[in-house]
Design a protein around this ligand. Structure first.
Ligand code: ADP
Ligand code: MG
Length: 298
């Protein structure tokens, strides 16, 4: 297997010095066909984990193989959002220590088997994953045939940010329409560029059309123009987000999608290039969404 070498029979560990020269043709093709996208923000608490879980689940439902990496150490809650918290036996730290294989640390979702989760570490103290480790880890996941690797990143100012972004070619910056969050998002955009990530998109979360209408909140268009980053999508403020977090059931799995669920699904389709601007017009929410769309975007 790519970038891992045998430590003992049946055990794999990451060897940072190893090159890709011994990689099989199919593994190389897998790696080339895979997209690694970091989900990050300047400010914390703006919705990175919520976005990673819902976009990942949506993309998996569209038939792709998706791996989610929880790299936001210490604020680890991607497992909770997916309802997988009791299933995590091993993390990437255990792979590095030679305690387990990659496939043992990749937890499959209960509902969608083509969605898997890898946690980097269970606790903040045990965090010494290097850039090279991250890169090797992602390459190995891609070589298994995962078409999308979404990395739930620490916020731009946190430790671990630079390491977490190193395997990615693409980034999604999450912000809320608040000036502090936007300013920090701008800094992160600069950091991403300085680290060679030029394919960056914007997700504006917790948008409140009622407040925008009263001129109490910046519109999504204003936010987008301030940052000058192409917009992937806008997600409304929605209490269902909190309910779904508590239940460990992503919004996009609900039979009757809420507006935020529709918005996430739309963003996911845009991310994979399956849809242009807005949601599938056949949805029963067409009227509602179009109205909101007008309020969002003017
Ligand atoms: P981060 O990963 O950036 O720290 P989270 O995804 O954990 O942020 O979200 C922070 C909090 O905000 C959580 O309690 C989450 O439920 C809530 N939240 C996120 N997005 C929304 C939304 N669109 N509507 C309502 N609450 C939200
Ligand atoms: Mg988080």
């Amino acid at each position: 297997m790519t970038t891992f070498s045998n430590q003992q029979e049946g055990q794999l560990y990451m060897d940072p010095s190893e090159t890709l020269s011994d990689v099989s043709q199919s593994e190389t093709t897998n790696i080339q066909n895979s997209r690694t996208i970091v989900v990050t923000s300047g400010k914390g608490g703006v919705g990175k984990t919520t976005a990673t879980a819902n976009l990942g689940m949506s993309i998996a439902r569209l038939g792709y193989r998706v791996a989610l990496i929880d790299a936001d150490i210490g604020l680890r809650n991607l497992d909770l959002l997916l309802g997988l918290e009791n299933r995590i036996l091993y993390t990437a730290m255990d792979i590095l220590d030679g305690q387990c294989r990659l496939d043992q640390a990749l937890i499959r979702d209960k509902r969608w088997k083509n969605l898997s989760l890898l946690s980097i570490s269970k606790n903040r103290q045990r965090y010494n994953v290097t850039r090279k480790n991250m890169e090797n880890l992602v390459k190995s996941i891609a070589s298994l045939g995962y078409q999308f690797v979404l990395v739930d990143c620490p916020a731009g100012i946190d430790v671990g940010f630079i390491n977490a972004i190193s395997p990615a070619q693409e980034a999604l910056i999450v912000t809320t329409p608040e000036i502090t969050a936007i300013r920090d998002a701008d800094r992160v955009a600069g950091l991403l560029e300085a680290n060679g990530i030029y394919n960056v998109k914007l997700l504006v979360n917790r948008v409140r059309p009622d407040m925008i209408q009263r001129n109490d909140m910046m519109s999504v268009r204003d936010v987008q123009e301030m940052l000058g980053i192409p917009l992937l999508g806008a997600i409304p403020e929605d209490n269902h987000v909190i309910i779904s977090t508590n239940r460990g059931e992503p919004l996009v799995l609900k039979k009757k999608l809420t507006l935020s669920g529709i918005a996430f699904e739309n963003a996911a389709r845009r991310l994979i290039g399956k849809q242009d601007y807005f949601i599938d017009l056949t949805t029963p929410y067409k009227g509602v969404f179009q109205k909101v769309q007008q309020i969002f975007f003017g």
